[in-house]
Design a protein around this ligand. Structure first.
Ligand code: SF4
Ligand code: SF4
Length: 186
């Protein structure tokens, strides 16, 4: 190594150190942009644009129900196959009711048989598989899916990530242990 190189190399190293310290010093005096989670939480006005786990939008005329019509389009649209929707069953027609309907039909009357309500009884998102891609939100015809602003979607088991989106709505069914097991085996 030549003498000139031996002198210039430490000067170059020292200059890099000065540049680094100047950047550190400048940022040290700037306002803090991070929070000390979990002792501090992000202000809610900052979470409005945050994409949390998907959620169902309440019905505009009846907030105790969701807008979901159990059409199953989101189930097919999800690339991660992490949505499970079970439609509400059709009401059971008793033999007496059936007889009444048949008699009315025989008289030529128009009979309106009870049909299954267009709503889900189970709506599960397996958040351990969800990539938050938004395909389900885009595909839903009545626009009843959205991203929540939930920041604390944490858990200690896979069960904790089987989000039941109907929980805020009365009349929803809890998945059976068999359904939970089936969801976990996928
Ligand atoms: S956000 Fe994407 S991965 Fe998650 S449930 Fe919807 S479609 Fe599936
Ligand atoms: S969330 Fe939307 S796409 Fe999915 S079943 Fe309900 S109405 Fe259909």
């Amino acid at each position: 190594m030549s003498m000139i190189r031996k002198v210039l190399e430490p000067i170059g190293d020292l200059w890099s150190l000065v540049v680094g310290l100047r950047i550190t010093g400048r940022n040290f005096t700037r306002p803090q942009v991070t929070v000390h989670y979990p002792r501090e939480q992000v202000p809610t006005d900052l979470t409005d644009s945050y994409r949390g786990p998907i959620a169902l939008v309440p019905h505009p005329r009846d907030a105790t129900k969701s807008k979901c019509t159990a059409c199953m389009i989101c189930v097919g649209a999800c690339p991660s196959q992490c949505i499970t929707v079970v439609k509400a069953p059709a009401p059971v027609i008793t033999p007496e009711q059936e007889k009444t309907f048949q008699e009315a039909e025989a008289r030529g009357e128009e009979v309106e048989r009870p049909v299954a309500p267009r709503e889900p009884v189970i709506w599960i998102n397996d958040f351990s598989l969800c990539s938050l891609c938004g395909m389900c939100v885009e595909a839903c015809p009545p626009r009843c899916l959205t991203f929540s602003h939930e920041l604390n979607a944490v858990g200690t088991s896979r069960d904790a990530f089987l989000h039941n989106l109907l929980i805020p709505y009365p009349g929803s069914l809890k998945p059976t242990p068999e359904q939970v097991q089936k969801l976990q085996e996928r």
